[in-house]
Write a protein that binds this ligand. Structure first.
Ligand code: SAH
Ligand code: SF4
Length: 358
């Protein structure tokens, strides 16, 4: 292969990702440009609080600084290409990234607030057999700015953005497989000079990457949800290949040492699949596994999608499963997925425009 002499190498200056800057990086950038530190705080406030759509909007910055920003930085990492609303009020957003790839985020109405389900990767490498995102395979990691920008863009589209108070990392991708970028995005989401979300209102869901779970507990405080989905290793390995690397015992050991703030619990997600993991015996086994853990269980009847060999159990089996857990003193909630009619429910995200099909 011929290499160019250094003098001929074309240097393309990459625009900086202001939305992926934490307060220290912002401070560093302002200092580098000979600006006072408060200018950095002003820029962050425009980005994360006032949800500026352009540098021109940043009206209390001097014109020269707005011009500098326009030359050096990019503002919009995501381009909203479509949003659809479900009968139950759930809204699905389809975003195009700068390289043309697409991801989805889902805004879910709760009684007194909204929850946003954000993506952490394009596709997913974990290959869980029941999951549409998993079926696509892995395309790439999202940058911190691309993760944070999902929240900003959705807030910009809302009439009452302040009512979006809760974030769940349960969209496309395995957040702990994109560890550095996800933790950075989380820091920006919870920082006072960032988006100022409460630690208590952010939940990260993982398929069970044990070393990264332990790291996460030491690096930042957020709620943890673990996708368990089976009560024995054979069934779990069949459904979730990651279980071959980190079997149930190792996973639960990591949960036991996960640092939990007072009165908080780990949520265990358990998809109920007809004839696979929905027997009373499975429920009993699950209760035993979780005994002694500060745990609650979210039971999610499988959301079927085209081409999937699985289906959800009938309602009486779902209720019987829940009852067994409750009899064993576990908190178990049946989570009826919202947004099914617009393919926005758990495990249904494909990042494809409806016209392209799933
Ligand atoms: N990768 C992470 C987070 C994204 S998946 C994880 O696996 O936890 C978010 C949730 O959707 C997980 O709990 C997963 O088990 C669930 N899920 C995936 N496919 C599903 C389906 N077809 N029906 C119901 N839930 C599903
Ligand atoms: Fe990936 Fe989670 Fe889907 Fe498994 S369930 S393939 S980890 S997104």
């Amino acid at each position: 292969m011929k290499t160019r002499p250094l003098s001929q190498t074309v240097r393309v200056k990459m625009p900086i990702d202001l939305k992926g800057f934490d307060s220290l990086e912002m401070e560093h950038w302002t200092r580098q440009h000979g600006l006072p530190a408060y200018r950095g705080r002003q820029i962050h406030s425009w980005l994360f609080r006032r949800l500026a759509g352009s540098f021109e909007d940043m009206s209390d910055l001097p014109k020269s600084l707005r011009t500098l920003l326009a030359c050096e930085a990019t503002l919009n990492h995501l381009h909203l290409i479509d949003s659809v609303s479900s009968e139950d009020g759930t809204r699905k957003y389809l975003f195009k990234l700068v390289d043309g790839m697409t991801i989805e985020a889902v805004l879910i109405p709760e009684r007194d607030h909204w929850t946003l389900c954000v993506s952490s990767q394009v596709g997913c490498a974990m290959g869980c057999r029941f999951c549409l995102t998993g079926r696509q395979g892995f395309k790439r990691n999202l940058s911190p700015a691309e993760i944070v920008d999902q929240v900003i863009q959705v807030r910009r589209s809302m009439e009452t953005p302040e009512r979006l108070t809760n974030i769940v990392l349960m969209g496309m991708g395995e957040p702990l497989a994109n560890y550095e970028n996800v933790v950075k995005a989380l820091r920006i989401l919870v920082s006072e000079t960032g988006m100022n979300f409460s630690h208590r209102k952010i939940t990260l869901s993982t398929s069970g990457l044990v070393p990264e779970m332990i790291r996460l507990g030491n690096d930042i405080t957020v709620n943890l949800a673990v996708s368990l989905n089976a009560s024995d290793n054979e069934t779990r390995s069949n459904l979730m290949p990651i279980n071959r690397r980190y079997p149930i015992e190792k996973l639960l050991d990591a949960c036991r040492v996960f640092p939990l703030p007072n009165r908080r619990m780990i949520t265990f997600e358990y998809i109920l699949i007809d004839d696979i993991n929905d027997g009373t015996e499975d429920a009993r086994h699950l209760s035993k596994l979780l005994a002694g853990l500060r745990a609650k269980v979210n039971l999610i009847p499988l959301n079927p999608h085209q081409g999937s060999p699985f289906s959800p159990p009938p309602m009486d089996r779902i209720l019987a499963f829940q009852e067994t857990l409750i009899d064993h003193h576990l908190t178990a909630i049946i989570r009826k997925s919202k947004g099914q009619d617009i393919l926005a429910a758990c495990g249904q995200l494909s990042g494809k425009h409806p016209a392209e099909g799933a």
